[in-house]
Design a protein around this ligand. Sequence first.
Ligand code: PMP
Length: 422
Amino acid sequence: QNLSERDKAVIWHPFTQMQTAPLPIPIVRANGSVLYDADGREYLDMVASWWVNLHGHAHPYIAQRVSEQLQVLEHVIFAGFTHQPAVELAERLLALLPANQSKVFYSDNGSTAVEVALKMAFQYWHNLGAPRYKVIALEGAYHGDTFGAMAVSGRSAFTAPFMPFLFDVEYLPTPIAGQEDAVLDQAKKLFTNEVAAFIVEPLVQGSGGMVMYEPGVLNDLFSLARQHGTLVIADEVMTGFGRTGKLFASDHLREKPDLMCLSKGLTGGTMALGVTTCTQVIYDAFLSGDKSKTLFHGHSFTANPIACTTALASMDLLLSAETQASIQRISESHAAFVQRLRTYSTVDNIRQLGTLLAFDLTAGGQTSYFNSIRDQAYTFLLDRGVLMRPLGNVLYMMPPYCTTDEQLQYAYAQVEKLLASL
Ligand code: PMP
């Protein structure tokens, strides 16, 4: 309590004014999928602490790798210098990503990974001497909180105060089931040789409400973009690293993106790190005797060795047979729970892809982001030791891969109690 009060006196949290509880809960330690508060209460972390924590909290292998790296090299300027963790991570990432990805650019988080991709795309056309300034994005997309990332996100209460500063974007509706043909018809009109980039969260729009759509229509949109030379940016900040049942959402696609944005699960949640990758063709547009063609972007903490080391350790864990089996197990468990969810009249639009499960709460017919169902569901579940943060009226689960079957079943049971209570 004391820590909560002290916090309130001095700290401005993200979304403070939207929180249901008046005071933040002090977490004193965490292990596996469980967070422990100052009173010894336990919370099952069913949101993987903002979608980052893949392998559970305080993982001993990651802790050991980080502490070893801390003794050797904690940071070095990344302009003109390099180091083992950065090189090894880039090599390993490129070996896993679609084969057309050829260069890795490091930044600090998901928003900046997107910011870098947009700057690469715009400057690519600039460097070619054929500037293009138009961007196509999906309505309801969320690509981050910085200005460029906000500009390419859907317009909402989150962007309203900043409208004059957000560059114009042309929007396509999200091609959910049944809408594919209509969206493709609209896309045929929007894509022209003036469009610099098409940015998209492949297969799942995360913050927009875990909206899911099929690979087929995305393949068609990618090839339409390609017909006009438009660069395709896949924002895999949320979908990357196993969430959708494959390593990357792009692995479900026949057509491949030109640029990719990664963060969140990249370090398994232990450190902040962002990555933007691109094709050799894009990189080549920045290479020439002309120094003014350099990409004008570089962060102080670019490729921090500790962050890169956590990403390497996280990747070891992710690729292990044990984690791959867990991803499979959680996906199957979710699929079985979907059948149970179908029996409730208070839910609609049940959807699942790999370890991601989401559905709409229909009670009261409230679908606005700031609704009382959201607060009610959050509090109900938290009181029963399950951390789930609804997105408006959308309730979702994105557990760490180490979550045991017993923990999952406990969380499902609390969700069912919630549904029965609505
Ligand atoms: N892109 C996507 C798809 C995201 O889900 C998010 C975060 N929710 C971001 C970008 C921004 O990432 P960050 O919060 O690390 O800046």
